[in-house]
Ligand binder design. Structure first.
Ligand code: F6R
Length: 612
């Protein structure tokens, strides 16, 4: 939800800002803007639309020698995506600008008050109140004015402030929206996410809620917004490199990330398991054996694709660790009367570690005494910092808005976690654990071997089906969440209406929809519900439905029932979710391409949902 970059140092400002915004564009892309000091004043350039439009608009300013400035790429919350609503927003004098990610909840009251005091507003955004509020308090100390302004503000923010009278300093602040600072020799950076910093530095400081930072060529000073006191911050070293956040010859980030899955899965289990002895090592969970034995339930808490990973995790944890599992949509969970205590374990699952609802749910669970162990991809993100322990997925940066490698890495982490708990709780013997770990060990190779073939299948299938306007995805047991995930991938990047359904539920309603115009994607592994699933496929077929199946190699019976069948290898049943997911990702990708959609930046979406 919006990307912020800020820089002060010795480089020319525009390339740094534009490069940073390009790396953050996945966070929002309906408008963008930059501001920098020029001849004692501030220059501000904004444009509606994607970043390349801003870039074209900036052609005339390429020669600027300024080496400090702020940039923003927007995902609209308040006010339509127009140039006037694009950031940076300015105060009445035009000498102070603000970039912001988050929502100022009391903006309406503040705006009315400021208007009465004579401030003139030029946009419909909540952010503009920040610029005027700082202006109101500004005498000659920018930091003081920002601190005072933030005392009046309710809501969430990560913000950057630049003032023409102090053209060597940026001020940043954070409450409930991510902001990371970068440190290098004689230069300082701020950004909403790490990829924007990677070409310049790997030394970062994560700003926490309630903190303000002053950035200059001399370094970074962090203060408490409440007390104004200086805070000592830990500098962290990031292990990702800049190339990991680039396309490496692939047409889209999404495709690159689909192809990176064997490596991402491998990296997530590497060093954490001993298949021969059935042991899993997850010391980062930070839970003693006694605590794990004494648990009364597990809550998996997430949104979107991460929630689908949780739905798969439930089967594994219940089956192997014999613990009741609830899988919760964080946006619902946070408003319920919850039954949690210190014997419960809450596992927030999040790629970004910044999803507002998941974070809010985590905080409520924590208040009720639940233990919190998150599964997360971004080191140092807010969710990890507020958890008692974190099992990191080592997927590397995921830039494509549609989550792919993060999902299969989350499955990997959940699989390990379930076996780890089973071992500690004594609910699964060594032989069984060893067999399951060996099965996981094979997954990267299985996917690697078949990726090319599935991609070709998806390409051919897209050619035939890209004009259809509705799809139904059916699965049972472990494949039910995969049907949900397959449908989500298709709808979010191709804008085709797609629904995932538990195949057994078909007769309770959706079967009425079956006709020649709605392809049905059926996930049919040879598992204990195979016959049931085949019956469901027959039901579709006998109603003249079009069946696209994903089934195991050599399943001729299924092939005969299907208009198109994608074959996958027959594997250990618990491994199927990893395998069945990949062809569905590729089908969504190819259909979206065939429809001319922007795969990496689908309309109305943003990678990291840091507002409610
Ligand atoms: C879909 C997708 C979203 C995210 C969801 C949660 O492809 O990416 O549904 O899964 O917004 O995001 P994280 O995992 O960052 O909490």
């Amino acid at each position: 939800m919006c990307g912020i970059v800020g820089y002060v140092g010795h480089r020319r400002i525009l390339p740094v800002l534009l490069d940073g915004l390009r790396r953050l564009e996945y966070r929002g892309y309906d408008s963008a803007g930059v501001a920098w000091p020029e001849n004692g004043d501030l220059k501000r350039v904004r444009a509606k639309g994607k970043l390349n439009i801003l870039e074209e608009t900036l052609e005339d300013f390429r020669s600027t020698r300024s080496s400090i400035g702020l940039g923003h790429t927007r995902w609209a919350t308040h006010g339509r995506p127009t140039e006037e609503n694009a950031h940076p927003h300015a105060d009445c004098t035009g000498r102070l600008v603000v970039v912001h990610n988050g929502i100022i909840e009391n903006y309406f009251a503040l705006r009315e008050q400021l208007k009465k005091e004579g401030h003139v507003f030029k946009s419909d955004t909540d952010t503009e109140v920040l610029a005027h509020l700082i202006e109101k308090y500004l005498e000659d100390d920018l930091v003081e004015a920002v601190l005072r302004a933030l005392k009046d503000v309710e809501g969430a923010y990560a913000l950057g402030v630049l003032w023409a009278d102090k053209p060597d300093t940026l001020v940043a602040a954070r409450k409930q929206s991510p902001l990371v600072l970068g440190i290098a020799q004689d230069e300082s950076f701020m950004a909403s996410d790490i990829p924007a910093l990677l070409p310049y530095t790997k030394k970062v400081v994560f700003l926490d809620d309630g903190e303000l930072a002053v950035l200059s060529t001399g370094g970074i000073k962090v203060l408490s917004i409440n007390s104004g006191d200086e805070i000592e911050k830990e500098i962290q070293e990031i292990k990702w490199d800049a190339a990991m956040a680039e396309k490496a010859g692939y047409k889209h980030f999404m495709l690159k990330e689909i192809y990176e899955q064997p490596q991402a899965i491998l990296n997530t289990f590497r060093g954490r398991m001993l298949p021969d002895t059935g042991e899993v090592e997850l010391p980062e969970m930070g839970l003693s054996d006694e605590v794990i034995k004494g648990l009364n339930k597990v809550v998996l808490l997430a949104c979107g694709t991460s929630w689908h990973a949780g739905l798969v995790g439930k089967y594994w944890i219940e089956k192997w660790a014999r613990l009741p599992v609830e899988v919760e949509l964080a946006s619902e969970f946070r408003y319920r009367d919850l039954l949690l205590d210190e014997k419960s374990l809450t596992i927030p699952i999040s790629q970004s570690g910044e999803t507002a609802d998941t974070l809010a749910g985590l905080r409520i669970a924590k208040e009720l005494g639940s233990r919190i162990v998150s599964i997360c991809n971004v080191v140092g993100s807010t969710i990890t910092r507020e958890s008692d322990g974190t099992v990191y997925t080592h997927a590397g940066p995921e830039i494509g808005v549609a989550s792919t490698k993060a999902f299969t890495s989350q499955l990997t982490a959940l699989y390990l976690l379930a076996l780890y708990m089973a071992e500690r709780r004594g609910t699964l013997n060594e032989q069984e654990r060893s067999r399951l770990l060996k099965a996981l060990l094979d997954v990267p190779k299985i996917i690697e071997d078949r990726l090319g073939e599935w991609h070709e299948n998806a390409f051919a299938l897209a050619d035939e089906f890209y004009t259809y306007s509705d799809f139904l995805y059916l699965g049972r047991h472990l494949q039910f969440p995969i049907a949900l995930e397959g449908a989500l991938k298709l709808k979010e990047i191709s804008y085709i209406h797609a629904e995932g359904y538990a195949a057994g539920e078909m007769k309770h309603g959706p079967i009425a929809l079956i006709d020649r115009n709605m392809p049905v994607v059926a996930l049919v592994p040879k598992d204990h519900v195979y016959e049931k699933m085949v019956s469901n496929v027959e039901e579709v077929k006998s109603r003249r439905g079009i069946v696209i199946s994903v089934g195991v190699d050599g399943d001729e019976g299924l092939n005969r029932l299907s208009s198109v069948m994608i074959s996958v290898p027959e594997v250990e049943a618990d491994i199927n979710p990893f395998i069945f997911t990949i062809p569905l990702q590729l089908v969504a990708y190819e259909i979206a391409l065939a429809r001319g959609c922007d795969v990496d930046q689908p309309r109305n979406l943003a990678k990291s949902v840091t507002v409610e």
